[in-house]
Design a protein around this ligand. Structure first.
Ligand SMILES: [Mn+2]
Length: 474
């Protein structure tokens, strides 16, 4: 059997285990708070609904030992973790020895000594790359479909999760692609070739162009007047009567003209035609809504999770109209939080909260910024103007429970294989007892008790400063 057949066989076995569970017993679900985690949870919720089972949900940023301790006090006989927990198998086995546990995940992990009562469904166990080929929602989809084939009707939710985890790159790799094909066959997703512009469904056209930093459009990105002027050059009136035109208002002819002009503007860039990509539209969603484009949908889910209202995102995924409306409203609040965070950063740039080192920036927000959006803030700063390419951005936020959450990003360089933020974070926390790290190549994080901040920062300065030195030499 090849690895894919083995994985599929294993998913089937896990589904058999699940079917054996008594319907009288409620199930405990715990999922990650990002778009992928919420999509994964939505699929499991759908499955439990179809299967006439009752359940209770928690959406968390990290699976900390405290979460496991709380579950240990509850009476649920079955616990399902999705889009997290692969790295916590030992802790789970020790804290929940008498429960049936399912881990439905795609994060890398080290094989534990014993699995005990845990059923792990993770492509990495079969040498399949869960970083590229399938996200947490995809694994949840395969598992759900193995339990109940009717779940094929929800394949598109797994696609939203994969997009949220940045697994789309001019198309999808094998497992994701199979799931996408099902969503297309079921009439849920339509793929169109178009400009890779974020917000195309909901924002005015000139705003979409102004905010486009990837692809970067010289003279247009970052400039509202530049964007309006650009549209006039294309022979497109940016206005639509009294309001502004959106991408959907363009004729095919206008769209083609605009694409040509964007490419011409980018002739000085390394890949000028790199503006076209696949756009994944959800057929059943309304035109112009933030849930029409799968990419925007994933942003909406992420916002719900980070604002502490993951259940709204789950409702939006499974088609609950009222939840969807509330989720869209929440998006505005989320944007305000980000604007506040960026304003705090601008105001404190020259204060002791922001430390500029050689090749790195450390931003200690204390308790001023929501811990769930500190990583987003670091990402925006890393993409901003005036940040030297290759600068490490480390941000810290204190949680009310007495721990500190850290995010690591890097500016510029996107496809440099020598960049490995997860590896860098692992080096920073090495030898720091009680400090947990995680993440991947382009984004990493850590959590530790707040009194450890000085020790953590000392190590971070040494590691990040050392990387800046290495780059100079090479
Ligand atoms: Mn994920």
């Amino acid at each position: 059997m090849d690895p894919y057949q083995q994985f599929s066989h294993h998913v089937q076995q896990a589904a058999d285990e699940f079917r054996k569970l008594d319907r009288k017993d409620a199930v405990r679900l715990v999922s990650h708070l990002d778009a992928d985690g919420i999509s994964a949870c939505a699929l499991l919720v759908k499955l439990l609904n179809l299967d006439n089972r009752t359940y209770s949900i928690s959406i968390v940023q990290q699976l900390k030992p405290e979460v496991l301790n709380e579950i240990a006090l509850e009476s649920y006989k079955t616990v399902i973790f999705s889009d997290l927990a692969s790295g916590m198998i030992e802790d789970i086995r020790k804290t929940l020895p008498d429960r049936k546990v399912f881990i439905i995940d795609h994060h890398e992990f080290t094989e534990p000594e014993r699995m005990g009562n845990i059923t792990l469904v993770n492509p990495h166990a079969f040498g399949i790359d869960g970083g590229k080929e399938i996200a947490g929602a995809g694994v949840a989809y395969l598992f759900s479909k193995a339990v109940d084939p009717r779940m094929e009707e929800y394949a598109h939710i797994a696609v939203i999760g994969a997009i949220g985890d940045m697994q789309e790159d001019g198309g999808f790799a094998r497992l994701n692609n199979e799931i996408l094909q099902t969503a297309v066959e079921k009439g849920k997703i339509k793929i169109i070739r178009g400009l890779r512009l974020f917000g195309a469904q909901t924002k005015p056209l000139h705003k979409v162009l102004e905010y486009s930093t990837d692809p970067y459009i010289p003279g247009v990105s970052g400039s509202e007047s530049g964007a309006i002027q650009f549209l006039h050059q294309c022979g497109i009136n940016p206005k639509n009567g009294a309001g502004w035109k959106k991408v959907k208002d363009l004729s095919e002819e206008e769209m083609r003209t605009m694409i040509t002009h964007v490419i011409m503007r980018r002739l000085g860039e390394s890949a000028p035609e790199d503006v076209l990509g696949n756009v994944y539209l959800l057929r059943q969603e309304e035109e112009g809504s933030p849930t029409k484009d799968a990419k925007e949908f994933s942003t909406l889910l992420n916002a719900c999770g980070r604002m502490g209202k993951g259940s709204l995102g789950i409702g939006a995924c499974i088609g609950d109209k009222s939840h969807k409306r509330k989720a869209v409203a929440l998006m505005a609040e989320y944007k305000r939080e980000i604007v506040n965070a960026m304003r705090w950063f601008e105001e404190n740039r020259e204060s002791p909260h922001v430390e500029k080192g050689k090749g790195y920036l450390i931003i200690n927000t204390g308790d001023k910024i929501m811990p769930t959006i500190v990583g987003t803030m670091a990402s925006i700063i890393s993409r901003g103007n005036g940040m030297k390419s290759g600068t490490y951005i480390l941000s810290l936020a204190q949680l009310i429970d007495g721990s500190t959450k850290v995010s690591l990003r890097i500016s510029g360089i996107r496809d440099d294989p020598s960049v490995d933020l997860k590896g860098t974070m692992d080096r920073i926390v090495e030898g720091l007892e009680g400090c947990e790290s995680g993440g991947h190549q382009h984004a990493a994080g850590a959590v530790f008790p707040s009194p450890m901040e000085p020790a953590f920062l000392e190590s971070a300065r040494r590691v990040l400063g050392g990387l800046a030195m290495e780059e100079k030499i090479s």
